[in-house]
Design a binder for this molecule. Structure first.
Ligand code: C2E
Ligand code: CA
Ligand code: CA
Ligand code: CA
Length: 275
């Protein structure tokens, strides 16, 4: 037992070292990648559930790693948060997204994901203001998306930042709504503009009866609190039809449009849409 334990321990140490080593390498790569311009924003459409008119584009960050290829944000955002690098990344994202959006038709907003760690940094407001001023994008065209994780660490200054953003005309969406934390009381603490219903509800809409009931409940909640509702992860016509019937205001997902780099975006002009 003793020998086995020792072997087990040695193995454990090796595994730990490899992980720590890999993490460190990723961190070094990340720093260099940011300096070398290896990050890129993809954009995914958010459309009106009924008319399918384009309302906004959500910026989704990608890392074009020289050896590993395209890396999804789930694989580096947490590391960026742990090391504090998310501040520099977040600043680049806001600058790039606002500059890009300034070239789009006026009715199209840009939705930008904000990490909870960015909230803890005191300069989020300055960073957002700089991005707006530098790009010339009106604040009304910027929507920020925060998750319930921000609310978990809810502090008076978070609330104050959100209120200041709203006073500037920036809208605030609550992302991944319905997952995680069950308390709804924070919905009365801050007037969100939009509830983004997590894609797990959309996914199970056809398979599980109660998901339809939950979506309907969230839609009603949104209506009575004067918040828009959006369903994420729409992948089929059948899901779209059910969400429309439930009264969801906006939809987003592969069925509507996949995230694409800026160079691939095509906007229909108002005139062509009317014709
Ligand atoms: P999220 O904000 O909930 O973004 C939606 C994710 O769902 C995106 O994954 C998107 O590509 C994916 N998605 C969209 N439509 C569908 C669909 O129909 N089916 C399925 N299965 N998936 C769909 P992505 O781009 O990998 O981003 C994952 C998460 O990483 C995001 O979740 C967000 O929390 C975070 N993230 C992405 N970009 C940023 C960013 O610029 N800043 C920060 N702080 N976080 C980001
Ligand atoms: Ca989001
Ligand atoms: Ca989401
Ligand atoms: Ca998510």
């Amino acid at each position: 037992i003793k020998a086995g334990g020792r072997n087990g321990f040695a193995f454990f140490n090796q595994a730990m070292a490899a992980t720590a080593d890999e993490r460190h390498r990723l961190e070094v790569d990340f720093r260099e990648g940011l300096a070398r311009g290896e990050f890129e924003l993809y954009y995914q459409p958010l459309v009106d559930a009924v008319t399918q008119q384009l309302r906004a584009m959500e910026a989704l960050v990608r890392w074009n790693h020289p050896d590993k290829g395209l890396i999804a944000p789930d694989r580096f955002i947490a590391m960026a948060e742990d090391t504090g690098l998310v501040g520099a990344l977040g600043e680049w994202i806001l600058q790039t997204a606002c500059a890009e959006a300034a070239t789009w038709p006026d009715h199209v907003k840009i939705a930008v994901n904000i990490s909870p760690v960015q909230f803890r940094k005191t300069n989020l407001l300055d960073v957002i203001m700089c991005a707006l001023v530098d790009s010339g994008l009106p604040p009304e065209r910027l929507e920020i998306e925060i998750t319930e994780r921000v609310l978990l660490e809810w502090q008076a200054d978070h609330l104050s930042i959100l209120h200041q953003l709203k006073n500037l005309g920036i809208s605030v969406a609550l992302d991944d709504f319905g997952t995680g934390y069950s308390s709804l009381s924070y919905l009365t603490t801050f007037p969100f503009d939009k509830l983004k219903i997590d894609r797990s509800f959309t996914r199970d809409l056809l398979a599980r009866d109660h998901c339809g009931a939950i979506v309907c409940a969230i839609v009603n909640l949104g209506r009575s609190l004067d918040m828009l509702t959006l369903a994420e992860g729409v992948e089929s016509e059948a899901q779209l039809r059910m969400l429309r019937a439930a009264g969801v205001d906006q939809v987003q997902g592969y069925y509507i449009g996949r995230p694409a780099p800026a160079r691939d975006l095509v906007f229909e002009t108002g005139r062509r849409q009317q014709a």
